[in-house]
Each structure stands twice: as C-alpha cells, then as structure tokens.
Design a protein around this ligand. Sequence first.
Ligand SMILES: Cc1cc2nc3c(=O)[nH]c(=O)nc-3n(C[C@H](O)[C@H](O)[C@H](O)COP(=O)(O)OP(=O)(O)OC[C@H]3O[C@@H](n4cnc5c(N)ncnc54)[C@H](O)[C@@H]3O)c2cc1C
Ligand code: SF4
Length: 330
Amino acid sequence: MRPFSYTRATEANAAAKQVSADKGAKFLAGGTNLLDLMKEGVENPSALVDISRLTLAQIKTTSRGVSIGALGKNSDTANHPLIRKNYPLLTQAILAGASAQLRNMATNGGNLMQRTRCPYFYDVAMPCNKREPGTGCGALEGINRMHAVFGWSEKCVAVYPSDMSIALAALDAVVKVKDASGAERSIAFADFHRLPGDRPEIDNNLRPGELITAIEIPKNNFAGNSYYLKVRDRASYAFALVSVAAALEMNGKKIKTARIAMGGVAHKPWRAFEAEKMLAGKEATEANFKQAAEAEMRNAKPLEHNKFKVELGNRGIVRALQMAMNGGAA
Ligand SMILES: Cc1cc2nc3c(=O)[nH]c(=O)nc-3n(C[C@H](O)[C@H](O)[C@H](O)COP(=O)(O)OP(=O)(O)OC[C@H]3O[C@@H](n4cnc5c(N)ncnc54)[C@H](O)[C@@H]3O)c2cc1C
Ligand code: SF4
C-alpha cells in the first residue's frame, strides 16, 4: 500500500481547492470504485479528500425538472418517489447495477465517474494505455469480448460500465460542477464522457479539481413509455454486455420523440441518434423498431471476439422499445 493523506471535507469549495492544488489528490465519495482500484494498484492517489459528509444529497424539483445531489446514494435516488414517478427509466437503470449493499454506499457523482472494467486495465502486469499512457492496449489484439463496437480507437477499445449514466444520457441530463474558485458550470450529459481518441487515460471532460455537485434532469413526457434493458452474462452482479435505455413520447399511435442510449458498446454512453431519427413520426410497430435498430447497428465496428454484440444490440433496441411501448414501469 502506498502512503496517502486523508482529510474529511466539510465544505464543497474547500474540497475542490484541495483537489485542484494537488495533482495526485482525489475525491472520495462512497469508495466502492476508488478503493478497489487503490487495492489493485491501478490508482495511487497521494491524498484522499473525503466528500461523503458534504450536504449535497438532496433530491428536489426545480423549475426545469429535478435536481439530484451528487452525494445522494444510488439506492435512495432509485427509490425516491419523485424519481420513481417521473423518471422510472432512471430507477430501473440504477437497480440493474451492482448489488443492494453497493448501491447503499455508491453515490450518484461517483457512479458517473466510475472507471472501465476492462480486465487489462485492472491487471497492472499488462499493457494498458488508459492506466499507463504509451504502453499499448492489451485488449485490442487480446480477449475483447466485453469491449466496444462503436467509437473505439487503436489506443483503447474499452467500454464505460455505468448503468445509471445510460438512462441519464437518454434523459438528456445535465451535470452541475463547481471549481476551486466556487465558479459553477453545467455540462450536457452528451459532452460529459469522452471517446478514447489519442488520450484514453482521460475518461471525461471534468477539469482538474472540479467537483460534481448535482445532476439535473429536464422535465419530459417519457414516464409512461420507457424501459431499461440490461443483457449480461448472469442475472445479478455483472456488467452489461449490451444495455438499452429507451424512452418514447407518443402522439396517438405515432412516436413524437424517441430517445435511445446504449451501454456496453462504447467508451461513453452511446446515443443511438440514427435509430432515434428513424423513429420520429413513425408508428410504434415491430417493423419500424427493427428498421431503427438496423440503422444504428449497421455502423458498428466489432472486434475479433465481440461480433455477437451487433446482433445483441439489434435485438436489444427492438426489445427495449417494445417494453417501453408496453409501459415498462420500474
Ligand atoms: C462488485 C461491483 C459490481 C458493480 N456492478 C455495477 C453495475 O452492474 N453497474 C454499475 O453501473 N455499476 C456497478 N458497480 C460500480 C458502482 O456503481 C460504482 O463503484 C459506484 O457507483 C461509485 O460510486 P462511489 O460513490 O462509491 O465512488 P468512489 O469510489 O468514491 O469514487 C469513484 C470516482 O469518482 C470520483 N468522484 C466521486 N464523487 C465525485 C464528485 N462528486 N465529483 C467529482 N468526482 C467524484 C472519485 O474521485 C473517484 O475517482 C459495481 C461495483 C462493484 C464493486
Ligand atoms: S481497452 Fe483501454 S482500458 Fe483496456 S487495455 Fe486497452 S487501453 Fe487499457
């Protein structure tokens, strides 16, 4: 174990100041990801700034929709009456992740920031550009069954593991952040996580020392017709092979707006814009769902061991849309 300092923050600005002043410092929230990575020697922070006691856990309605505190626990968020009633897609996605014990510890901000589950990233004896830039990508020519089919680069083919974030992407959420000076900014969910490009070590567009304070979800008319589908190797405690968050706003028999985001397929939540475009104004029939799925998945570029994800993605989109049409409540 490498030595590190530990401080418990009592105020958000001071926490952001501490982390921005020390390149090796990290925020500690629930610790369910960061502490595992430290035990494996993948992350070696020089300082932990414990933010878990900051009063940033509130879930409340705003004029725009709902605001979810970054330090709210995943379980409290999933089970909050406001979320269950108005954003059941988010409830379903959170409950599809991890275990009850983990969700009781894991925070909303930490969930967004969790790192890839690529086994080469976790194995410090293997090359990995994300863990150690310039060492190569073990998965590109290795075992890449769990890896990306969209948006990958020669430098990294990892996928982003969060379930919660896939629903937030479909719901066009906004991430509220604060820096060391106390200045706040909002990041559209689509711009929060990154594709790997030449810098796979950078997972997202948060600036050094910036603290996530809340996640806002705008009002929408999706609550009656949304569904989160997660396909995985076993029924519990496993990350998605492919997941699909589907939300429909109907106008009679026709689809007014479709929102579809996919997990397990890219380095960030993957918005299925091609499928969404194809569905706008169409009737909600199986034939149209299939056409939309094919429009999206025809752009997939599978690796040697994950060609099955293309068909799984096709079927997953169709199934999630069917469940959404049937009112797939949480
Ligand atoms: C066995 C196991 C199974 C799991 N299965 C799933 C699954 O199926 N689906 C799924 O989605 N997740 C799964 N998870 C991941 C789990 O959801 C995450 O570990 C958890 O959400 C992280 O939250 P945390 O508060 O514990 O973060 P921490 O571990 O405390 O922090 C994670 C990272 O976020 C940063 N951070 C935390 N809060 C903030 C903030 N407010 N602002 C800026 N940076 C911040 C930290 O510095 C750190 O880098 C699993 C985890 C385990 C251990
Ligand atoms: S896919 Fe990314 S995380 Fe996995 S070994 Fe390659 S560089 Fe590392």
